[in-house]
Design a protein around this ligand. Sequence first.
Ligand SMILES: [Zn+2]
Length: 214
Amino acid sequence: MTVQVIYVGFMPTNCYIIYDEQTRQAAVIDPGFDSGKIAASIMGGYTVKMILLTHPHYDHFTACEELRQLLGADVYCYGTAVRFIDGSDNTINEIIRRPTPPVKNPIPLTDGQIIRVGSLEVRVMYTPGHCEGSCCFVAGNAVFTGDCLFKDSIGRCDLPTGNYGIMLKSLAKLKKLYKAEGDKEVFPGHGDSSRLSYEVRFNPYIRESDAFIE
Ligand SMILES: [Zn+2]
């Protein structure tokens, strides 16, 4: 698996493309903005038929519908995120004045579900706390954490449907993942990449999540 990061929008947001060399299939994660830039960045010879969303915040899916049409791809998000993506509920994105372009027919994911990008297996891990409908994607030795886990930090929990206590439980899940499967590279929704081993050791929020390990 090859991972490419594309910085999109004003924050910026990390949009990722994951590539399966065996089958030449690829998937885009979190096309926040700049659909043209993302489409132009796809490596030659690869086909993208899947767009995955870590969570339903506008800075992670504003370019999603445009990119979906451009590529003829399907969009996947956690089940409880669907209503925030398809235009039926704008409560968690009313922070911005202009509504985010609704995504047509997003496909709902469940906790623990495996989706396949060519021969790659991508596992869905439900990790709410930053907002409802947040999940991480575990693929090989990588985990795409959206706005759940950042290098040395976490996403904010004070926006609509955010909850710090629930966030700690999600962080405990990531710590459990590290204990069960060993080290993985962390690709967050914003900022630098990191490693689970580093975050488990130094991230103050993951350390605080200890009480929630089941
Ligand atoms: Zn967010």
